[in-house]
Design a protein around this ligand. Structure first.
Ligand code: OSB
Ligand code: MG
Length: 358
């Protein structure tokens, strides 16, 4: 699907988004899940191609025809496969949608959501110039986004940050490095302490926890981990080592909603701040994020922007819209609370694979 605007990070430039949608047919219901893997192995080792392989060869055959009392019961079937969290999440999340529909409840009710609206922000990619970045921040703040994240990379850090802070002295602001730096760059992050940032997201290596702990000890600003957290075990290590004060939850990165719930419970218990990250999802993935972000330990605004920030035409209705107070409403209809538009899916679809009976 073509993005409304190209999105550039330290990992590269994207003009469009490929995605895999999983539809689960059970008891006359259809549940939807989205696999958030990227086109290439840049953000994570998983890609759309590896996910297709793992889904069609292993995960779907393990699940089709099985009888499950509730979504978490699928874990022992999926766990035979090591890794491949994003592929697993697409299956498990589709089952949650089905289950919530069967219970005639919105997904957030089943997960333990406590909010009718979730606080949101916008993630702004690397821009051609500092002036363009300041203008873009201004446009999003003007639309009503109350929290701004800017992507940084080596050579695009202090200068754009200083300019944005000068132009918007009070806007809640943070940066995301997508692992472009090393511990020896600590002085650069100490410099950032003066900009009153909410956090610095994933400054160091994508698979690191230890050096993030060393960095956190040297700076006042909170470190947030994204790429480094693949499940409860990583989250526990990060918390116990004081590697971060904040965790970015991405349900795909941690392998599905059950794992997300376990990490949520840990953060609630340990007093670690949590927020819901984004992967430029379609409506299916965005709906899951919004239901999940309604849980109590999600104390900071998420990277969950309105539909029109990503797509001219999404694959489901209704679109997600930004409220004046920088929130998005949690859907109240059953399941994900959206209607997938099959004609729109067909318009963008390049491949389809079916297993079992519908
Ligand atoms: O690091 O948070 C990230 C998008 C794709 C891959 C990684 C990241 C992102 C974002 C976009 O920051 C967040 C969004 O969906 O709005
Ligand atoms: Mg990130």
């Amino acid at each position: 699907m073509p993005l409304v605007q190209p999105f550039e990070t330290s990992l590269g430039l994207k003009h469009e988004r490929d995605c895999i949608l999983v539809a689960v047919y059970a008891d006359g219901l259809v549940g939807w899940g989205e696999c958030v893997a990227g086109m290439g192995p840049w953000y994570s080792p998983e890609t759309i191609g590896t996910a297709w392989h793992i889904l069609t060869e292993y995960l779907v055959p393990a699940v089709v025809g099985q009888s499950l009392e509730e979504p978490t019961a699928v874990l022992h079937l999926l766990n035979k496969v090591r890794g491949h969290q994003m592929a697993k999440a697409a299956v498990e999340n589709a089952l949650w949608d089905c289950f919530a529909q069967a219970q005639e409840k919105p997904l957030s009710d089943l997960l333990g959501g406590v909010r009718e609206q979730v606080a949101v922000g916008v993630s702004i990619g690397i821009q051609p110039t500092v002036e363009a970045l300041v203008a873009k921040v201004g446009a999003y703040v003007g639309e009503g986004y109350g929290r701004v994240k800017i992507k940084i990379k080596r050579g695009w850090e202090l200068e754009p940050l200083a300019a944005v802070r000068e132009a918007f002295p009070t806007v809640p602001l943070m940066v995301d490095a997508n692992s472009d730096f090393v511990l020896a760059d600590a002085p650069l992050f100490q410099e950032m302490d003066k900009y009153n940032l909410l956090m610095i997201e994933q400054p160091l290596a994508n698979d690191d926890i230890l050096e993030h702990a060393k960095l956190q000890a040297q700076i006042e600003t909170a470190v947030c981990l994204d790429e480094s957290i693949h499940g409860l075990h990583d989250a526990r290590m990060a918390v116990e080592l004081n590697a971060c004060r904040v965790i970015n939850m991405k349900v795909g990165r941690v392998g599905g909603l059950s794992h997300a719930l376990a990490i949520h419970a840990l953060c609630q218990h340990a007093g670690v701040q949590l927020w819901c990250g984004g992967m430029l999802e379609t409506a299916v993935g965005r709906a899951v994020n919004i239901h999940l972000a309604s849980l109590p330990a999600f104390t900071l605004p998420g990277d969950i922007s309105a539909t029109d920030r990503y797509w001219r035409e999404d694959i489901a209705e209704p679109p997600f819209v930004l409220n004046a107070d920088s929130t998005i409403d949690v859907p109240t209809a059953v399941g994900l609370g959206i209607q997938v538009d099959r004609a729109r899916v067909a318009k963008y679809q390049v491949r389809e694979w079916t297993s079992g009976r519908r």
